[in-house]
Design a protein. Structure first.
Length: 356
């Protein structure tokens, strides 16, 4: 197939996305596809040959992509590379996407995982991997996602939504420590743990620098897990145990800073319950294809709490979903092929051939 892997873009998770994109690009090439890797925002400034012929050109599209740094990228620096830009997709991005059989979305966070690219592609008749625009948008907002969980009876930590400049009272159901998080963040950017009122005020100040509405959640003390769901089936659960602190940006992307165990060592009944909640969370959010659901297991009550649904889960070398697939016997490149097939099936189901 002719495939464009779309990565980068303008999001705090830009570097993570480029790293996912690089892995997917190499895997799809290994699988025999004609693949182009593009940065959604930077696109392809100079083109010296017909666009169509680029799918067959001998170019290493991933050559300039390095790993994920310890800190999230400075987006102003990236924006400065396209002075005066008007549209988010960079030069030739939409043209190349229009020429391929399917776009493999390696985007994460804002402007990629939030449904807008999906909606644009739907209107343009461009096929893409992963779930559609509505579920992407719903899951981008943790406050809305949690309401969907509650509607389905899936436990999620008690929380309150706080608006910038508005006073609030911290309910007893939350207490300290608590977690402060932006509604539409990702990769733990804008997520803080507060031990007391002083820490809470500091965390709120930092979170409000990103967004005007912020969630304060009860901090669930206990083990952390994540479960990918593909076409309604839960993959083996992965346990995430950072050596220090919680699963923040650094612990997510610096190899060796978190111990990940898959399949997680859990009693059968608890594992089955978490997997059931993961499947239901995806159903509640209307996920098509695949997604990954994050959980905390309360060490006192033994109850599992769903935190969020990731509609374009990370595919970097240290990411969770590839490890879950490996526990099922799928290599990284087999997982990419699986995602591709699942996504193509989605279009067959919807349209029996036609796109719009
Ligand atoms: N309510 C909570 N209790 C304990 N830890 C939490 C809670 N919410 C988030 N965390 C920690 O913060 C991390 C990031 O939070 P999450 O809601 O998954 O947002 P993100 O989209 O940034 O991954 C989690 O992986 C977990 O380590
Ligand atoms: Mg998460």
């Amino acid at each position: 197939m002719k495939i464009v892997v779309l990565a980068g873009g303008i999001s705090m998770e830009r570097d993570v996305s480029l790293s996912s994109g690089k892995g997917i690009y190499h895997a799809l090439k290994e699988n025999g596809h004609q693949v182009i890797l593009l940065d959604l925002f930077l696109g392809l400034a100079e083109v010296k040959q017909p666009l169509e012929s680029l799918f067959d050109a001998d170019i290493d599209w991933a050559a300039s992509i390095s790993g994920v740094a310890e800190k999230a990228p400075d987006l102003d620096q990236v924006k400065a590379l396209r002075p005066g830009y008007k549209s988010l997709p960079g030069p030739h991005v939409l043209e190349l996407c229009g020429l391929c059989d399917i776009v493999f979305l390696a985007l994460h966070g804002a402007n990629g995982e939030d449904g807008r690219i999906q909606a644009l592609f739907d209107l343009l008749g461009i096929r893409y991997t992963g779930t559609g625009h509505t579920s992407s948008a719903l899951c981008m907002d943790k406050n809305i996602t949690k309401q969907l969980f509650r509607g389905y009876g899936i436990p999620t930590p008690p929380d309150i939504l706080v608006r910038k400049g508005c006073s609030f009272e911290l309910p007893e159901s939350i207490g300290f420590p608590c977690m402060v998080k932006t509604c539409c963040g990702g990769s733990s950017v804008g997520v803080y743990r507060a031990e007391d009122v002083f820490g809470l005020n500091k965390a709120l100040k930092e979170a409000f620098a990103y967004e005007d509405t912020v969630l304060i959640e009860r901090c669930i003390i206990g083990r952390e897990f994540s479960v990918a769901v593909v076409e309604g089936k839960a993959l083996p659960i992965i346990e995430i145990a950072p050596l220090t602190g919680f699963y923040d940006y650094k612990n997510k992307y610096q190899a060796g800073s978190t111990i990940e165990t898959c399949p997680a060592d859990l009693p059968g009944n608890i594992a089955a319950r978490i997997q059931k909640h993961a499947r239901e969370a995806c159903e509640a959010a209307g996920i098509e294809g695949y997604a990954r659901v994050d959980f905390m297991l309360d060490e006192r009550s033994g109850e599992d709490y769903a935190l969020e649904v990731n509609t374009l889960p990370g595919m970097t070398p240290t990411s969770l979903m590839p490890q879950e697939a490996a526990a099922l016997g799928y290599s990284y490149s087999q997982l990419c092929e699986w995602i591709l097939n699942v996504s193509v099936r989605k279009y067959r189901r919807h349209t029996q051939g036609g796109l719009i």
